[in-house]
Each structure stands twice: as C-alpha cells, then as structure tokens.
Ligand binder design. Structure first.
Ligand code: NAG
Ligand code: NAG
Ligand code: NAG
Ligand code: NAG
Ligand code: NAG
Ligand code: NAG
Length: 346
C-alpha cells in the first residue's frame, strides 16, 4: 500500500516536472493556466490558454512601482509635450534638468509631421533620461499608416534577429542622427555611472523600444543599467523582436490604460502576412488610474490576455490620452502645474 502511494506521489511530481508551459507549447500543444495541464487541442473549459512560449506565464524580475511611475515617469512623458520640458521639471521634479529637446521633420510627404524627444539628467537621483513624444495630428497618423503598409517590418539591429516596424526604425534614426545620438554620448561621458531611463508614450513608446535596442546594439549601455517604461505602445515588431525585448531588458514595463485603442489594433498585417507582438511587459489599469486604484501585472505577452480581453467592448480614445487621470494634451503644455484638478478624465 505504502509503495503504491509512493509511486502515485512520484508519478505526479514527475508529471509536473515533465509537463510545464514551455515544454507543452514546444511540443505543439496548448497549456491551460487554470489547471496547469497540457492539452492536445484548445479546451473550452479552460479560460487562459497558451500556445506560444512568449506567453507562458512569468512575473517580471522587478516589482512594478505605481508611485514611481505616476509621480516621476508620467511627468517625464508630459514634459515632452512642451517646447520647454524644464517647466514640468521645475513644478514636479525640481532636480531634473533638461539637456536638449529635439524635433525633426519625419515626413517627406505631409506637412507638420515631426518626431520629438529630449534628453535630461538628474545629479541627485543619478539618472540620465531619454524620452519620446507620441504622434500628433492626422497627417502623422497618415504618414505612419502609409509607411507601415508600404515598408512593413525590417531587421534594423545586429543584436537581435527580430524585425521591427520599418517606419519606427526610420523615425528613430532621424531623431538619433539629428542630434540625440550626440546628446546621449555627451551625457554618458559627463555622468558615466548614472542609470538610463528610456521612456515614451504612444508612438514615443515604440521609439523608446527601438532606441533602447540601438543603445544595446552600439554597446552604449548594458540592459541592466536601463529602466524602460512606456505607455500606450502599439505592437513593435515580430515574435522574435518581442521575445528579444522580453529577454534582454529586466526592467521593462508597458503601462496600458483600460480600453486604450492601441490594444485593439490588429496583430496581423495582411499586406505582409506577418503578425506583430508586444513583449511581455504589460501593466494594465482597468480604471481611471486614480491613486490607489488597482493594476494588473500581466504574466503573458500578447494574445487574449489582460488589456486584450477588452476587445469585446469598444475602444475609448480618451483612455489613450488620459493616463493616471491626467490629460496629456493639456497638462504638459501647461508646464505640469501642481494643482491637477482641472486635468482629470471626464
Ligand atoms: C478539458 O479540460 C478538462 C478540465 O481539465 C478536462 O477534464 C478535459 O479532459 C479536457 N478536454 C480535452 C479534450 O482535453
Ligand atoms: C518636411 O519635409 C518635407 C519634404 O522635404 C516638406 O515638404 C515639409 O514642408 C517639411 N516639413 C516641415 C515642418 O519642415
Ligand atoms: C502646419 O503648421 C503651421 C504652423 O502651425 C500652420 O499654419 C499650418 O496650417 C499647418 N498645416 C497643416 C496642413 O496642418
Ligand atoms: C551591424 O552589422 C552591419 C553589417 O555587418 C555593420 O556594418 C554594422 O557596423 C553593425 N553595427 C553595429 C552597431 O555593430
Ligand atoms: C503566411 O505565413 C505563414 C507563416 O509564416 C505561412 O505558413 C503561409 O503560407 C503564409 N501565407 C501566404 C499567403 O503567404
Ligand atoms: C485647483 O484648481 C481648481 C480648478 O481649476 C480650483 O477650483 C481650485 O481652487 C484649485 N485648488 C487650489 C488649492 O489652488
């Protein structure tokens, strides 16, 4: 009897060891998260099913810090909306100093399509920051959409065999070549031991991921010395690129607000027969992001999980423009005043 029980026990232990999510999906089957079981086909009694290794549940190495992202990174992202980011720093982050803001013409075809970003540094926090703005205006949306459908994905970097959206690579290189490359090199020279924050919102998030890749490609910083925090990003590239981003940067968070339309953008690009993915970085707030409201650190990368579960409802454009219950189109341009009560989400 004891021997029999022992074998049962051993069997279940070995069963668990042999059958985990990675080995399950590698053998072409479907992993069920609720039951920790591997099925030959998808199983309707299971809510969270995994069929890609990138989506096997894991938690990030670092804890997500709502207070840090809300009080500091969100200010950095609003500051890029102003021609003078220093106004936001003076009101909210008094030890942060602007190094240079850059704005380049990003379209050969349309008027008033620019890409923007800045570098900054803080000798108290020992931080250098590089921050990117989102798209502005219908002309930029047209420029992006046309270039996406014309140029698709490209392999832009040697450190990864993954491919990124070609127009994001083009925009990123324009900003780097217009002076951001030099700005970053100068700051690194002056403050070699500081950590590097790489931040962006919307299109700026995708520029941030592209430039973080460029930075590692060029050996400027090690991933361990970088903190990537972006918000409202669209899917940056193919499966290999999303996997590379996931594996390479231990501190890499993508904050998503409730029904932000970026979650609803198609993963499949029919013109190129390619599927694009987010890396495993999502932190989803299914609320107005008021202080104290909960968030969900997503254990999957991209599929029917977390924010993408909202796909049965309608996207809400306001959830792209308001993060942390502040209107990015007004607070940043106003210089991030201390009294935020006029900027909340209706
Ligand atoms: C589906 O999952 C249930 C619950 O684990 C299990 O009993 C059933 O055998 C599964 N069906 C298939 C076809 O795998
Ligand atoms: C950007 O460049 C294009 C093509 O050279 C030009 O038509 C457009 O006016 C420029 N835009 C700005 C804001 O300079
Ligand atoms: C471009 O910007 C200028 C200056 O703000 C403005 O006068 C012009 O109407 C804009 N053009 C378009 C096509 O939006
Ligand atoms: C990437 O590879 C290309 C082609 O081999 C080479 O010309 C380029 O210098 C490399 N870039 C870096 C940053 O190593
Ligand atoms: C699309 O891509 C998939 C996977 O790479 C491939 O199996 C399929 O044949 C492609 N379809 C077309 C129409 O090229
Ligand atoms: C903050 O702004 C609101 C709305 O603009 C105003 O009503 C309120 O008096 C302000 N509070 C303080 C403390 O200045």
């Amino acid at each position: 009897m004891m021997v029999f029980l022992f074998f049962l026990f051993l069997n279940s232990v070995l069963g668990v060891l042999a059958e985990n999510c990675d080995s399950c999906v590698d053998s072409g089957k479907t992993w069920c998260v609720e039951y920790s079981e591997c099925y030959k086909t998808s199983n309707s009694s299971c809510t969270t099913q995994i069929d890609l290794r990138l989506n096997c549940p894991t938690l990030p190495k670092f804890e997500y810090d709502d207070e840090f992202v809300r009080s500091q990174i969100w200010v950095m992202l609003n500051a890029v909306m102003s021609k003078n980011p220093q106004l936001c720093f003076d009101n909210q982050l008094p030890t942060m100093k602007l190094y240079k803001r850059r704005e380049v013409n990003c379209s050969e075809k349309y008027e008033n399509v620019t890409c923007a970003g800045y570098t900054a540094y803080d000798t108290t926090k020992k931080v250098i920051a590089i921050v990117f703005r989102g798209a502005i205006g219908q002309n930029q949306v047209k420029d992006m959409t046309e270039k996406r459908d014309k140029f698709g994905l490209k392999s832009g970097f040697n450190v990864t065999n993954g491919k990124i959206l070609a127009f994001v690579h083009e925009y990123a290189m324009k900003l780097l070549n217009d002076g951001m490359k030099q700005d970053l090199i100068e700051l690194k020279r002056d403050y070699p031991d500081f950590e590097l924050w790489v931040n962006g919102i919307s299109l700026g998030s995708n520029l941030a991921w592209a430039i973080a890749t460029w930075i590692v490609d060029n050996g400027l910083y090690k991933p361990d010395d970088m903190k990537i925090i972006v918000m409202g990003a669209f899917r940056p590239g193919d499966y290999a690129f999303a996997s590379w981003l996931t594996e390479t940067f231990p501190y890499n968070f993508h904050v998503l607000h409730r029904s932000d339309p970026v979650s609803y953008l198609p993963r499949y690009l029919p013109v190129f027969n390619k599927t694009v993915f987010w890396p495993k970085t999502e932190v989803w707030y299914n609320n107005n992001m008021i202080p104290g409201e909960p968030f969900h650190v997503c254990q999957q990368a991209d599929g029917d999980y977390c924010s993408a579960l909202m796909k049965s409802s309608t996207p809400d454009d306001l959830d792209h423009l308001y993060y942390f219950n502040i209107d990015i189109n007004r607070w940043g341009p106003d210089g991030c005043p201390k009294n935020i009560s006029a900027y909340g989400q209706p």
